[in-house]
Design a protein around this ligand. Structure first.
Ligand code: SAM
Ligand code: SF4
Length: 337
């Protein structure tokens, strides 16, 4: 009698809509040296006590579990990740983890050149930098910090070093719509990808106005000036719709972050610095992994809780938001953007 050999089921986090969650956005701190208006108030921000943060050891354990279950890409974010002491050593350790094929970083770019060199040495090639204006005065008004020159120099240094650099610009009426075309011109001479984002309701103040410069308006504005712009093919899970002006070195993308047009192909999980696991940025935490670990849970118990959390992922950001409509929205620096 021949023995029937069944292939074991791949270990993956799959949600009720069949989406495979293979990308983790990991916040390592809620603290930041900037105060971008769309992310946090200028003063009176209550950062959490350091003891409430997942330690690097806890993070390494969790990343190993995520990697075993098919999470192959992690983006380190915050707050500003580089304000957490020991980050570069932590990155160096996790760059050795089996199963993690890509480590990317989102930063405000005020990081020092020494850190950039260390990232290059450990094989990190992809970095997203927030840059909302090419004008020094507007940069200051938006970030409330006089750091344009440092950030711009870092960006150029990273491009020169061969990093895949993406610039994130949150576009808002009365703030920086006049920067859109200069950003596109930046892609003429530099192999950089600029992404224009809609503002989301996570400024930590409880006030928010629906963006008037949404993805449709931003695209129309660009098309008016660049009728030859060409749409590029993007990865299925991409949140940005990407374009290029023929002959330009770089590209640009539009991210409907408030309009949420991309939820159908979402592959993301988010872990806050305090251990809150979110299966949607707009939703409530599904689980607190720090509390679970500190209660003495075994690896198997952690896996079980993760599978249960993923099984409750909502269909889209509107459904997730509706479920916790009464809860005040947190700052993006806490959620991990
Ligand atoms: N400090 C780093 C930075 O600024 O890149 C990493 C953390 S920040 C929270 C991550 C990303 O979230 C940034 O690109 C930032 O522009 C974006 N972001 C923050 N608040 C936002 C909001 N209310 N709406 C849209 N994007 C936001
Ligand atoms: Fe800091 Fe980034 Fe938030 Fe700006 S967007 S305040 S740089 S965490």
């Amino acid at each position: 009698m021949p023995i029937l050999k069944l292939n074991p089921m791949p270990k993956q986090f799959i949600d009720p809509y069949g989406r495979v969650l293979s990308y983790l956005r990991l916040s390592v701190t809620d603290r930041c040296n900037f105060r971008c208006y769309y992310c946090m108030p200028e003063e009176g921000v209550n950062f959490v006590d350091r003891k409430q943060l997942l330690s690097y050891e806890e993070l390494e354990f969790l990343l190993d579990v995520f990697a075993e279950y098919g999470v192959n890409k992690v983006r380190i974010t915050g707050g500003e990740p580089f304000v957490r002491r020991g980050l570069v050593d932590f990155l160096s350790r996790i760059s050795q983890l089996k199963g993690l094929s890509e480590i990317a970083i989102t930063s405000n770019g005020s990081l020092s050149f020494a850190q950039i060199d260390a990232l290059a040495d450990m094989g990190i090639r992809s970095i997203n930098i927030s840059l909302d204006s090419l004008d020094k005065k507007r940069f200051f008004e938006i970030t409330r910090r006089d750091k344009f020159d440092e950030v711009y120099a870092s960006i150029m240094y990273m491009i020169g070093k061969g990093f895949e650099v993406k610039l994130n610009a949150v576009i808002a009426d009365g703030k920086n719509t006049q920067d859109i075309l200069p950003f596109i011109e930046l892609t003429k001479h530099h192999p950089v990808s600029v992404r224009f984002l809609e503002e989301m309701p996570f400024n930590g103040t409880g006030t928010f106005e629906v963006p008037t410069w949404n993805h449709v308006v931003i695209k129309g504005h660009i098309l008016n000036h660049y009728p030859t712009m060409q749409r590029l093919t993007s990865e299925k899970s991409s949140t940005s719709v990407n374009y290029q002006i023929p002959g330009y070195q770089g590209t640009f993308g539009i991210i409907a972050s408030y309009s949420r047009t991309f939820c159908g192909t979402c592959n993301r999980l988010r872990l806050s610095a305090t251990g809150e696991l979110r299966t949607c940025l707009y939703g409530a935490p599904a689980l607190n992994l720090r509390d679970l670990l500190r209660s003495g849970a075994s690896r198997d118990e952690v896996v079980r809780e993760l599978i249960l959390a993923v099984a409750k992922k909502e269909k889209d950001g509107f459904e997730a938001e509706a479920i916790q409509a009464q809860t005040p929205k947190k700052s993006m620096s806490f959620l991990g953007g």
